[in-house]
Write a protein of this length. Sequence first.
Lengths: 252, 135
Amino acid sequence: MAAVVEETVVPETEVPVATDVTFRIRRFLPDVDEDAHWEDYTVALFPTDRVLTALEKIKGELDGTLSFRRSCGHGICGSDAMRINGRNRLACKTLVKDLDIKKPITVEPIKGLPVEKDMIVDMEPFFAAYRQVLPFLIPEGHEPTRERLQSAEDRARFDDTTKCILCAACTTSCPVYWTDGQYFGPAAMVAAHRFIFDSRDSGFEQRLEVLNDKEGVWRCRTTFNCTDACPRGIQVTKAIQEVKRALIFRRV
Amino acid sequence: MSAPSIETPRSLSRRNAQRSNFELYSWLFMRISGIVLVFLVLGHLFIMNFLDGGVQRINFAFVAGRWASPFWQVWDLTMLWLAMLHGTNGMRTIINDYAERDQTRFWLKMILYVSSAFIILLGTLVIFTFDPNLG
């Protein structure tokens, strides 16, 4: 008796293929280079690979001198913000399939901060502005014996701005920040918003002095570059507008 | 070969913020004057270019007739002042944004302020001292 061989249907899964992707990277080695210049590297990548993977491949296989910051690689630490195809992105949150690989993918350091080497910039001016807005809780009155309670509605007011990871993608996408070295930048405003709209905080007057300054919120031109750049999806421009409103009406 | 020292383009110490609401008021002024100007300027353009005969009927007598009425005097005066201050403030912002050296910034602003003061004063003078019998 002939065995009936059942034809099993093998589902045709699409096997991902690694394709060659060219990266045009803005290189600057302070020991060797007079000035920054572009260099092309081609690596084989899967569509689901991140730009960070590409940079690591380039560093491991093609050119060990390539320098960039990375830490968690999962969009939480905020170390690897860079300009990818002219837009500020986290290299670890940008997938190859979302980019046009027919053309070389440009990778540059974020703008407006002094470049130290390749993708590595001096973040100190950025953090200096951050510190200026007093990014910590300033409570009033005696220290309570139990935790400071807050209603869900009060918490929701500043929920969006708690998501900031200080990657500097917003601040370095701001055209006012590029041209005016004194402007606080969107990230500092986000930090200020986080505490100004916290019902437990009473440092409004102190922060107001900084934000109402010549280089404060009034320099914002609402170009929305910051909202566009934020890898955490924070409505940065909206937060800045809310701070402006609080300043005009002197009330939170 | 030693690494070139990279100068920080922005100073780390900020001057102590002065307590001044100037930027706040100038920001508010831009919003309010902008809204008012939409009506004033569009109304002006409509009257001058479309209403009976449009631009063809504008001559010395037409202007003289308009400025005989205090209503049009106030209209034109408000439009002049708001438009000039709005424009000057906008230019001031642009200079603040894009002038890189303090000296360039200072002189550009001086040119701006002097020229806009000149135009505002000249325009105000003409509106108030206009003599319809001149023609």
